[in-house]
Structures are given as structure tokens and as C-alpha cells.
Design a protein around this ligand. Structure first.
Ligand code: SIN
Length: 486
């Protein structure tokens, strides 16, 4: 399909109880193309009453959905995986238009996103329980698992599809209904996904989607309703903390996938080609707008100059342009605010003595482009070493010993992911285990995988998405005590 057809066809309303409808007061908001700085279309702007209607729909559908055979739930996900795979090009184009990333990146995200549906279609039929004899011999214990109930799922703009399927997949597999609040900047991919899930056979009311210009207008009425039993959120630590407070009165279960400040450690025994490839992936996937993006490059002093030179060459060679153009590796940042934040952090580092070996400034022209940047000689007090840059900037610092590397890497409030590059297996295990993070990439710049548990520790949040653990976040354990009379 052409760009125009894609935008014309995507639903632009709220999806509540299986029907598309306008917002209560008829209001709409604009969705823009960050690569051109132009308007793509307008979408219904969900109000508090709409959020309440979505809760009612989710609550109404909950019991019959929970009673639907797991095989049937799994097959809906399997069909959705197939539809996503067949329509990957159209979904990718839609994502590139609203978010900016290159078509290659968007296609990779569609595959990654669809994998969550395939994985959880297989998990739906493996929800386990157990039966055991009471230790005193007098009775039996039956342990079962049941869906937690209606969930609120809040998804970010950086991975508009994958962060949706990573939550919707296990919720569907477990038998939960849901209200999804997609990011204001990128609601179109989620609306297209709702349409596709309906085509795959998802009954009305199981998935409700409420885009809105005001997150609190949706989260307020949803989380104050005690019938909503879970929140899954991907976004900043700052917003995560506020949502945790909002869940306190009703003690809703929570999964929090929050900010990161990933360290990328390169030891002098590393294969430098592998390390530089890994660095480009860990830094430049999604234009650097990812919570697992390498935020700090810690390189052993003896190879720091060579590593920086090679990384600089690779970053300088990346073609920047509108995501729909061929051979583009780097698209625009999502909006002016994001670009401003990147400029500010680079400016601060340079003022304190860092040196840009490539890039170091926004690009001229339409769209929110920022040049791929490598910063050398970054001083310890630079803000960029503490704050998540969420952009195409690689700050390099040096270390001498393994202890020093680990202490610097762990010297952050965040704990999502770390990367280690070394050819020494003992060191890889020591450092991998020593990093205070939920995930570690060993000689790879990519840890994301639908069949692996994704999540962090400390200020990066709690709970795991994907993998064997993913469905557990949407299940409660229930135990039946059986007393035997004879
Ligand atoms: C994120 O940036 O929030 C998630 C990245 C991923 O799943 O790879």
C-alpha cells in the first residue's frame, strides 16, 4: 500500500467493547510524521468517560474470556502472528510514518512484535498447576492458576507494536481482558493491531484501546476502579513511580519496565570487530531511542583509542534520512523535545571537556534529526553518564581493571541491561554475574527476544515480560485444600 492508503485505512477511533467510536466529546488530536514535521491524521482523543466505558467493557467480557479454552485463546494469537507476518510491510510503513525509525528497523520490530504472539500462543496451553499430598498425610493440595482479571496496559512510543504485543500476548494467553492506552505520539500502530486482532477472532471487549492526549485522564478512572486488577507499564522511571502510587489504594498487581543506563564494557581481550558491531547495534537500534540502548561505553584504556576510532568510522558512515528512503540507517528522533534533550546532554558533556569525534549536533532541515555522535574523553561529572540519552550518542570513557569497570557500570540507580565484550569465558561469567542488571549481553549488542525474560532491577523496575516468566505476570495462584475423611 502507498503511504496515503496506509494512513487512510488505519482506524482512527477508540476501540471499546468491540466497536469503533468517537470520543465522548468528539475531540481529536493530531499524529505527526517526525521525519517531515508534518501532520499524518487525527485520532479520537479519549476522555475520562471513555476510559470508564472501556473498564465496563473489559469487566463484562472477563468471565467468559477466562472460561474460553486455552487452546482457543492460543489459536487467536497464532492467527494474529500469521496476519502480522503477512502484512509486515504495511505495518512497518505505518510505524515508520508515525515514529520515524527506518523501514528496516520497523520491519525488524514487526517480526519481534509478532514473535510475542507466537510465543504466547504456545504458552496459553501450558499454564500449569500441581497436586500434592499434604505433608501431614491427611489431605491433598491442588494448586491452580487463574487470570488476574482486567488489566491496564500502557505502551510507549519507541516500540509502538512490540511493547503492545509483549503485554497483550500474555494477557490474551492467560485469559485477561484489557484496556490499552497507547502513547499519544504513536497510536496508529496499536489501532491497526486492534483491527488485526479482531480479524484474528478476538471477541469484543477483551481488548479495548483508548488513545488520549492526557494519560492521567485514562489511568485515573481505570486504576481507581478496584475491578481492574493489574497494571503493566513501559516508560520512564519518573512516571512509573507515580503509577505505583496510583496502584496502592487498590493494591493492583504491577509490571514496571522503566528507564535504563546501560553500560557497554569492552575488555582488551575482546574481538574488536565483534565489539564494534555490537556497539553499533546496542547504540543505534531504534535510533538509540530504547531503554536497552548502550548509554555508556566503558573501554579498557589500552584499546580505547582504537575502539573509538573504529566506532567513529562506523557511526559517521550511517546514512541518515526519512525512514521510508532506501538505505537509511538513522531516522529522525520522535519530536523536538527529544532532540532538545539529546542536544542538551551533548552540550553539557562538551562544555565539561568531552570531544565529539563525529556528529555532535542536530541536522538542518525538516524533521527532528540528530547526527550519529561519538564522544571521547567524557568526564565523570557529565550528565550524559547518569541520564538516559535516548538518542544516537555514544559517550566513551575508560577503565583499567575489571573491578573498576564493574564498579563504574553498577554506579547508577538503573539496572536494566549491561553488555560485556571479552574472549575470556571466566571473565564473561564473572562480569556477567557481577553486573547489577536484569539482563546481560555477552559479546552481543542485542538481548531482546520474545522467548527470554525481559526486565530490570533497581530503578529500572520489576516484573518480567516474555519468556517462561511472561505469562505468570497475568496469572494468580490459587490453592484448594482438600481434607480427606478416610
Ligand atoms: C524498550 O526500549 O522499552 C524495549 C526494547 C526492547 O524490547 O528491545
Amino acid at each position: 500500500m502507498s503511504e496515503r492508503e496506509i494512513i487512510e485505512r488505519v482506524p482512527k477511533q477508540l476501540f471499546i467493547g468491540g466497536t469503533w467510536r468517537g470520543s465522548d466529546d468528539g475531540s481529536v488530536f493530531g499524529v505527526d510524521d517526525p521525519g517531515r514535521g508534518s501532520r499524518l491524521c487525527e485520532v479520537a482523543d479519549g476522555q475520562g468517560v471513555d476510559a470508564k466505558a472501556a473498564v465496563e467493557a473489559a469487566v463484562r467480557a472477563q468471565d467468559s474470556w477466562a472460561a474460553t479454552p486455552p487452546r482457543e485463546r492460543g489459536e487467536i494469537l497464532r492467527r494474529a502472528w500469521r496476519l502480522m507476518t503477512d502484512r509486515a510491510d504495511d505495518l512497518a510503513l505505518l510505524m515508520t510514518l508515525e515514529m520515524g525509525k527506518s523501514l528496516t528497523e520497523s520491519r525488524a520490530e514487526v517480526t519481534y512484535a509478532a514473535e510475542y504472539f507466537r510465543w504466547f500462543s504456545e504458552e496459553a496451553v501450558r499454564i500449569d498447576g500441581n497436586y500434592k499430598r499434604n505433608p501431614d498425610g491427611g489431605g491433598r493440595m491442588v494448586v491452580t492458576r487463574r487470570p488476574v482479571g482486567p488489566c491496564l496496559l500502557i505502551t510507549p512510543w519507541n516500540f509502538p507494536l512490540a511493547m503492545g504485543t509483549r503485554k497483550i500476548g500474555p494477557a490474551v494467553a492467560a485469559g485477561c481482558t484489557m484496556i490499552v492506552k497507547p502513547a499519544q505520539l504513536t497510536p496508529l500502530s496499536m489501532l491497526a493491531l486492534a483491527d488485526l486482532l479482531t480479524e484474528a477472532g478476538l471477541p469484543g471487549g477483551v481488548l479495548n484501546v483508548v488513545p488520549s492526549t492526557s494519560a492521567s485522564r485514562v489511568t485515573g478512572p481505570v486504576l481507581t476502579d478496584p475491578r481492574v486488577r493489574k497494571l503493566s507499564f513501559t516508560g520512564s522511571t519518573e512516571v512509573g513511580r507515580k503509577l505505583v502510587e496510583q496502584c496502592a489504594p487498590n493494591l493492583q498487581r504491577m509490571s514496571m519496565e522503566l528507564g535504563g543506563n546501560a553500560a557497554f564494557l569492552v575488555f582488551d581481550d575482546a574481538d574488536l570487530d565483534v565489539a564494534v558491531d555490537g556497539a553499533v547495534t546496542a547504540k543505534m537500534r531504534n535510533n538509540g531511542e530504547s531503554c536497552v540502548a548502550a548509554n555508556r561505553f566503558l573501554v579498557q584504556s589500552s584499546i580505547a583509542e582504537e575502539f573509538t576510532r573504529r566506532l567513529t568510522d562506523r557511526m559517521a558512515g550511517l546514512r541518515m534520512g526519512h525512514g521510508t528512503e532506501s538505505d537509511v540507517a538513522v531516522g529522525p528522533l520522535v519530536n523536538e523535545g527529544q532532540r532538545g534533550k539529546v542536544s542538551e546532554l551533548v552540550g553539557d558533556a562538551v562544555e565539561r571537556g568531552a570531544r565529539a569525534t563525529t556528529g555532535g549536533s542536530p541536522a538542518e532541515g525538516d524533521g527532528y534529526f540528530y547526527r550519529p555522535t561519538v564522544l571521547a574523553d567524557v568526564p565523570e561529572d557529565a550528565r550524559i553518564l547518569r541520564e538516559e540519552v535516548f538518542g544516537p550518542v555514544a559517550p566513551v570513557t575508560t577503565f583499567d581493571t575489571e573491578e573498576e569497570a564493574l564498579s563504574e557500570a553498577n554506579g547508577t540507580e538503573y539496572g536494566l541491561v549491561g553488555y560485556v565484550f571479552t574472549r575470556d569465558l571466566d571473565r564473561a561469567v564473572r562480569v556477567g554475574e557481577g553486573l547489577d542488571t536484569g539482563m546481560v549481553g555477552v559479546n552481543t549488542g542485542l538481548v531482546s527476544n520474545a522467548s527470554a525474560p525481559f526486565g530490570g532491577v533497581k530503578a529500572s523496575g520489576f516484573g518480567r515480560e516474555g519468556g517462561d516468566e511472561g505469562i505468570g505476570e497475568y496469572l494468580e495462584t490459587k490453592y484448594l485444600a482438600l481434607t480427606l475423611r478416610s
